[in-house]
Write a protein that binds this ligand. Structure first.
Ligand code: HAM
Length: 419
């Protein structure tokens, strides 16, 4: 039996892998323009960091973590998200004692033991951004606009933005109590009843129709916001409107992680089926304190790279043929020609022209097939006679036109022809 990638994981292979890298770059580009700096944190962390940061009552922590002891018996967990790690890194390195907000971006693998399906994987990629240490609605709005810009720059037109406010430590407790009282009166199974006591907001997110049907009259957090949260939320909304970023108020938007306060938002795409969120985030003013740090009001988001790629596929943005692997392909005929071609392709690469050649002693037919498959525009055919004449046959693979070029001039001639 041969090996397969583990359930819920998959391999990114060329040419899709190149395109997904470009997607990742496009999502990051707006962050760089706004002064966010790159942070790389370990792929595994102390398990306790996620338990405290993300919250023990969340599905992510209670059901989905890849947790293991290392050889010294420490409990480690593959990161299921990036925010807790970034806050940990900021506190550990005292970045919060300098200029605020600390603006950071990251990109990389995340791991969640979820039920695998299209768009929901156990290993997936995120691009994330965090702005730490400022309570300013302009910062919430900035991040949302930067996320929207990233999607727009990829040509995506069907991304919708949902926004909500979850209130803060002043107004959330009263809302939570009102919601609990409402939920306790419903006809719910035992697990859900238990959830009412631990994390009632999550019940609003229950997807089952029989539960949703009972939730129509549920109290909404927007009706329970204190004056400060209300005006903060209004300011975020008006900055979004002024920026020309379309959004929808979604008073039932609750997020799957416990650290959120005030602004929360999600980017959703209609072409993805049930896993519609291509990104999400919000403010997390209490997270630093939950991790033993000083108050550090912060806001951030993470965008799902895999799902963004699927969204692009759904919108037909990836239909064009992928660009060729290289611009030029060498076809050496015989051992001496192979040695010379080896030097010639390296010379071309140094000149900034992408080039590959046939390996494995292929004959003309096999090597020309390789040239076609590489997507190269030009083939360089080098036979014994050409070698003797210090020249090479340059074949344009789109027109089949062939010209002889002196070996010493190949790089210059090609530079004029490729882009
Ligand atoms: P999240 O909503 O859990 O938030 O994940 C953000 C995005 O990652 C989702 O919208 C989705 O596109 C993608 N994603 C999540 N789980 C999967 C999965 N199993 N398979 C494929 N894609 C997935 C966070 O992670 C927060 N740390 C965001 C944040 C940053 N909040 C504040 N700062």
């Amino acid at each position: 039996m041969s090996f397969q990638a583990p359930k819920g994981t998959f391999d990114w292979l060329p040419p899709r892998s190149e395109r997904v890298l470009a997607v990742r770059e496009a999502l990051v580009a707006p962050l760089r323009l706004a002064g966010y700096g790159y942070v790389e944190t370990p792929v595994f962390e102390d398990t306790e960091l996620f338990k405290r940061g993300v919250g023990e009552s969340t599905d992510v922590v209670s059901k989905e973590m890849y947790t293991f002891p290392d050889r010294a018996g420490r409990s480690l967990t593959l990161r299921p998200e990036g925010t807790a790690s970034v806050v940990r890194a900021v506190l550990q390195h005292n970045l919060h004692t300098g200029q605020l907000p600390v603006k950071l971006w990251y990109s990389g693998s995340q791991f969640r033991y979820e039920r695998a399906q299209k768009g929901r994987y156990r290993h997936f990629w995120q691009v994330g951004a965090e702005a730490l240490g400022s309570e300013d609605p302009a910062l919430d709005a900035e991040l949302i606009v930067l996320g929207a810009r990233g999607f727009a720059s990829l040509g995506l037109r069907q991304v919708r933005l949902l926004v909500n406010s979850l209130g803060d430590k002043n107004c959330r407790p009263a809302y939570r109590a009102a919601l609990q009282e409402f939920l306790r009166g419903l006809d719910l199974d035992e697990d859900t009843r238990a959830r009412i006591e631990i994390n009632p907001l999550r019940v609003l997110d229950d997807k089952r129709p029989e539960v949703q049907a009972q939730l129509t009259g549920a109290p909404l957090v927007v009706d329970h916001l204190c004056a400060a949260c209300k005006s903060y939320h209004e300011e975020v909304r008006s900055l979004l409107t002024a920026s020309g970023v379309a959004f929808e108020d979604d008073p039932r938007l609750v997020r799957g992680l416990d650290y959120y306060t005030r602004t929360t938002f999600e980017f959703v795409h209609g072409g993805l089926g049930s896993q519609s969120a291509v990104g999400g985030g919000g403010r997390y003013d209490g997270l630093s304190e939950m991790l033993g740090g000083p108050p550090l009001p912060s806001v951030g988001w993470a965008l799902g790279v895999d799902r963004t790629y699927l969204a692009m596929e759904a919108e037909g943005l990836l239909d064009e043929a992928a660009p060729g692997r290289v611009q030029v392909y060498g076809v050496p005929l015989g051992d001496d020609a192979r040695r010379r071609m080896f030097l010639l392709v390296s010379e071309l690469r140094e000149a900034g022209i992408s080039a590959d050649m046939a390996f494995g002693g292929k004959g003309l037919k096999g090597a020309m097939k390789g040239a076609d498959r590489s997507g190269a525009r030009f083939a360089l055919i080098l036979g014994e006679r050409d070698l003797a004449a210090e020249a090479v046959q340059l074949k344009d693979l789109t027109t089949a036109e062939q010209t002889e070029v002196p070996l010493a001039q190949v790089a210059d001639v090609l530079k004029g022809k490729v882009q």
